[in-house]
Ligand binder design. Structure first.
Ligand code: ZN
Length: 88
């Protein structure tokens, strides 16, 4: 998340769900917006950079899906359509 000075406070210039630790799905945006709204920081209204994460069901590797190619970069297996990086 990148902030810029705006008047007497700050606003969010860029925000992404790219966290290779938590690997959150882009649908988590409402929780981010709620937190920013609560502290009164203006924001873009959505992720400025959205990343799709999937765990490979075959080899367990975490993948970033690019160009809608749901194929594991490590073993070539098909990745699921639904987010599946729940804590393990
Ligand atoms: Zn794999």
């Amino acid at each position: 998340m990148a902030f810029v000075s705006a008047g007497t406070g700050w606003s969010v210039a860029e925000v992404t769900n790219q966290s290779t630790g938590y690997c959150p799905d882009p649908v988590c945006w409402p929780a981010v917006a709620k937190a920013l709204d609560r502290v009164g920081v203006p924001h873009p209204g959505g992720f400025t950079d959205r990343v799709i994460f999937r765990r490979c069901p075959s080899c367990g590797e975490r993948n970033i899906v690019r160009d809608d190619d749901f194929t594991c970069a490590l073993c070539g297996s098909a990745l699921p359509a639904q987010w599946n990086l729940t804590s393990d």
